[in-house]
Design a protein around this ligand. Structure first.
Ligand code: PLP
Length: 479
């Protein structure tokens, strides 16, 4: 290697070329392919280097062994799960954030103040009431949910005259939470982790579209109170992961207010949908939540990882997590204290820079246009599915998720074929879609998060689904 092989400036220029070439090539490449077994093994068996490799050599490995086998979520025909393409401004910011490498736990440095600003921006974007310091960036919504539910648990215990931080759960009646069958699994994980027991997470009935039924919530709360339990939390969704349905927040908030429940909204995927005037009315009442978890690393395209917990009364969050050992005392921190008083992380990454860059680059108007483009594409895809005799739309398109399935000639095969279809489509490499169960039925779900997706991409997705569906249906049994 040359003399400059370990020079940072030279390597950084080469890295910029490598990354730019990679991003330019994504739309023209196969969406995803399984890794070549030898390449996979080469990674798994990577020997610990005895001696260092110059920076230039590292770039060579990144380019030839890693960037050749991506997940596929930068591609305009990637419709899987809820994984977006990275916003270019966020990609750039990541390098600067690493160069500064602060711990955004607290103190008087730019990253800490920027985090307060971008949390406020996020709250402004989704219309959540935001007192200064009303939130915190997290690794994702799973972590944000843990923080919000911990605060809800703490408030319920305090109201019951119990010091949860000192005494734990022992001595409290069981705390009961309410959600629907459509609620993301991170809520159950949080409930289990917080020691509440998944048995005390009630599944509340929904309407035909999968929206939480407020009357059923009120009934379930009354039954649990009568049984001596302590209802404390209802979870509503601003975009379910299965079909993208948004719960009717106002009537749910009414029940929560009447019953003294903490209302938590899971807006991981869909909260930013409120930016699209065409669907904004569905979000009425979201601002009445006690807490809202959402993911800039989903619909905004902020490079992973970045979630956010917005909490109406942040003192609840601080009262749950604040623990300031003497070595961290900081008189200059001001009334808001350190971010590490509002969550679990002590050393915290500089997430706010990539959020700032992503939002600042597009502006509110640009983000709203991108989101509106996605919901428009989703409605178009829904209409194409409805018009196609080989396909069935399983739910109205409310945000940007399209839930549908392939209809084989023999309806008895529908579940078996649709169960295998996602992987069959993925392996063809031209489009990427994932599957899920919807009310016991196997389905495909296409999640539109990429404003660069075209109408032709939608046609291609459906043609891939039809071709793979026919292949699976016509395949000799047992093969
Ligand atoms: C509706 C919903 N809630 C929660 C989550 C979990 O978020 P994260 O993966 O950021 O932890 C997801 C992830 O897809 C989601 O779609």
């Amino acid at each position: 290697m040359s003399d400059t092989a370990d020079d940072f400036r030279t390597a950084a220029r080469a890295a910029a070329e490598l990354v730019s070439d990679y991003l330019d090539a994504v739309p023209g490449r196969t969406v995803w392919q399984p890794m070549d077994p030898a390449d996979r093994l080469a990674l798994l068996d990577l020997p610990l280097p005895a001696d260092g490799v110059p920076l230039e050599g590292l770039l060579e490995v990144i380019g030839s062994q890693l960037m050749t086998a991506p997940m596929g979520n930068g591609h305009p025909r990637f419709f899987g799960w809820v994984n977006s393409a990275p916003a270019p401004a966020g990609v750039l910011a990541t390098l600067a954030a690493a160069a500064m490498n602060p711990s955004s736990a607290g103190g008087d440095h730019a990253d800490v103040h920027l985090e307060r600003a971008v949390v406020r921006w996020i709250a402004e974007l989704v219309g959540f009431p935001h007192p200064a310091g009303g939130g915190i960036l997290t690794s994702g919504t799973s972590m944000a949910t843990i923080l919000c539910l911990a605060a809800a648990r703490n408030r319920a215990a305090r109201r019951a005259g119990h010091d949860l931080r000192a005494d734990g759960l022992a001595g409290l009646p069981p705390l009961v939470a309410y959600a629907t069958a459509e609620t993301h699994s991170c809520v159950r994980k949080a409930v289990e982790l917080l020691g509440l027991g998944s048995r005390h997470l009630r599944t509340v009935a929904t309407d035909a579209e999968g929206r939480l039924d407020p009357a059923a919530l009120a009934e379930a709360v009354a039954a649990d109170r009568a049984a001596g339990l302590l209802p404390f939390l209802a979870v509503a969704s601003a975009g379910t992961v299965g079909t993208g349905v948004v719960d009717a927040f106002d009537p749910i908030a009414d029940v929560c207010a009447a019953e003294g429940l903490w209302l938590h909204v899971d807006g991981a995927y869909g909260a930013f949908g409120v930016l699209d005037p065409a669907i904004a009315d569905q979000y009425a009442g979201m601002d009445r939540a006690d807490s809202l978890a959402l993911d800039p690393h989903k619909w905004l395209g902020v490079p992973v990882d970045c979630g956010c917990a917005l909490v109406r009364d942040t003192e609840e969050l601080r009262g749950t997590f604040s623990l300031v050992p003497s070595y961290l005392r900081d008189e200059a921190a001001g009334a808001l204290g350190w971010f590490s008083e509002y969550g679990m992380e002590q050393t915290r990454p500089f997430r706010s820079l990539k959020v700032w860059a992503t939002i600042a680059h597009r502006g509110r108007a640009g983000l709203a246009a991108d989101i509106a483009r996605c919901t428009e594409l989703a409605r178009r895809l829904g209409a194409l599915v409805e018009a196609d005799p080989e396909l069935e739309l399983l739910a109205p398109v409310r945000t940007s998720i399209v839930a549908f399935r392939y209809l084989p000639a023999d309806p008895a095969l529908a579940d078996a074929v649709n169960r295998e279809l996602p992987v069959a489509v993925q392996l063809r490499g031209r489009a990427f879609v994932t599957g899920a169960l919807l009310q016991g039925r196997e389905m495909l779900r296409a999640c539109l998060l990429n404003a660069a997706t075209t109408e032709a991409d939608l046609d291609l997705l459906l043609s891939e689904v039809r071709s793979a569906g026919r292949e699976l249906t016509e395949r000799p049994t047992g093969s």
